[in-house]
Design a protein around this ligand. Structure first.
Ligand code: FAD
Ligand code: PHB
Length: 389
């Protein structure tokens, strides 16, 4: 087999890149190790920046998002039992859209199928070869048979645990990492959300987040210990603990029910530099991870793809590699700012097991300043709605 770009991974990064390239007349083959249903069963992010929405539109996958997505003009932060609103629209002129990653992924899969572009699901043992040459090759196994694809470029969009980053020799990669001493226990429930906007909660018992997928489906998170398991958290215990962390009005509005999904995600900050090795280009979680507190993971994957798709299109349409040369530097400049914002939000809103009295006073002062200063709120809002591409 031969194609122009092999895309490894059928998450938002890989699917979005596939759409933008195919629409520009560039041939791609997409390889995914899991089944389509497995990919669609993963509950992950829920908040899209305007830039990500614009890219989904450009990819021809934005119609349902505009019908069903919820436009949010602000968010609330609760501390000491009192909620404070950050008005994104008034402070930045911008909004965010609440639309599940699962739904965006489904729309992108449908759009790819409509173009007739090849996707190979359950492609096992994907391996990358001759990445520093003009003719990289990608091998995989499917239904017990081995295959090889020759291509010009490989896009490594296969997430944090994927094969792409691991295919780069260690001495050519520099990694930066912070692992946080807690995780998020998430629950999905078919009940209306407690409030029209998201509520981020700093509470003495730990962080909590009230989010949603629609006006009839809610997503809630609790900060939990790293040694806890989903089985330790039957629904009743989850609802009881959530209600304790909410302000009285939110607790009163909380509608509980049987969970339709429950999972624990550890929190991590991670960046691998550069994002290129020969003709392999990394994008999304394959190159970087942010803790979810700033709702940046999926949005960063989208901005990487905005840069990478433009660079590949320039390469094929104008014969210039300048965009590809500049890709890591351009993408990383935005990534580090999102890393900083996500780290800052995490630091400000969680209870750290080792924190001293001084650390807690600093956290209180940070929040107090935020609630009293328009400048501080603008800085939060500007980052939350997304820095420009
Ligand atoms: P992914 O979505 O991870 O897609 C990578 C794809 O590559 C996967 O489908 C995977 O199966 C495939 N793959 C992996 N290895 C191989 C291989 N060897 N061969 C072929 N295919 C392979 N962000 C938020 O903003 N809010 C959240 O609440 C939130 N929750 C999250 C919860 C979890 C458990 C995780 C893991 C992430 C969460 N994120 C969240 C982050 C956000 O979902 C990611 O940033 C986003 O999915 C990145 O998209 P991606 O396409 O780069 O990677
Ligand atoms: C979500 O709805 O899953 C969500 C929303 C905001 C975040 C993280 C996750 O910061």
């Amino acid at each position: 087999m031969r194609t122009q770009v092999v895309i490894v991974g059928s998450g938002p990064a890989g699917l979005l890149l596939g759409q933008l390239l195919e629409k520009a007349g560039i041939a791609t083959i997409l390889l995914e190790q899991k089944s389509k249903d497995y990919v669609l069963g993963r509950i992950r992010a829920g908040v899209l920046e305007q830039g990500a929405v614009a890219l989904l539109d450009e990819a021809g996958a934005g119609a349902r998002l505009h019908r069903e997505g919820l436009v949010h003009e602000g968010t609330e932060i609760a501390f000491s039992g009192v909620r404070h609103r950050i008005d994104f629209k008034a402070l930045t002129g911008k909004t965010v859209t609440v639309y599940g990653q699962t739904e965006a992924t489904r729309d992108l899969m449908d759009a790819r199928a409509a173009l007739g572009a090849p996707s190979i699901y359950e492609a096992l043992d994907v391996s990358l070869h001759d990445l520093e040459s003009e003719r990289p090759r990608v091998r995989y196994a499917k239904d017990g048979k081995n295959f090889e694809i020759a291509c010009d470029h490989v896009a490594g969009c296969d997430g944090f645990h994927g094969v792409s980053r691991r295919s780069i020799p260690e001495e050519r990669l520099r990694t930066y990492e912070r692992v946080y001493p807690f995780g998020w226990l998430g629950i999905l429930v078919d009940k209306p959300p407690v409030s029209e906007e998201l509520i981020y909660v700093n509470h003495a018992r730990g962080f909590a987040l009230c989010s949603m997928r629609s006006m009839t489906r809610s997503r809630y998170y609790l900060q939990c210990r790293l040694d806890e398991h989903v089985e330790d958290w039957p629904d009743d215990k989850f609802w009881e603990e959530l209600a304790r962390r909410l302000d009285p009005e939110a607790a009163k509005n909380l509608q509980t029910g049987a969970s339709i999904e429950k999972s624990i995600a550890p929190l991590r900050s991670f960046v691998a530099e550069p994002m290129r090795y020969g003709n392999l280009f990394l994008a999304g979680d394959a190159a970087h991870i942010v803790p979810p507190t700033g709702a940046k993971g999926l949005n960063l994957a989208a901005s990487d793809i905005a840069y990478l798709s433009a660079a590949l299109i320039e390469r094929y349409k104008k014969g210039s590699s300048a965009g590809l040369e500049a890709y890591p530097q351009k993408a990383l400049a935005r990534i580090w700012k999102a890393e900083r914002f996500s780290w800052w939000m995490t630091q400000m809103l969680h209870r750290f097991p080792e924190s001293s009295g001084f650390d807690q006073k600093m956290q209180g002062a940070e929040l107090d300043y935020l609630f009293s200063s328009k400048a501080a709120q603008t800085a939060l809002a500007e980052n939350y709605v997304g820095l420009p591409y």
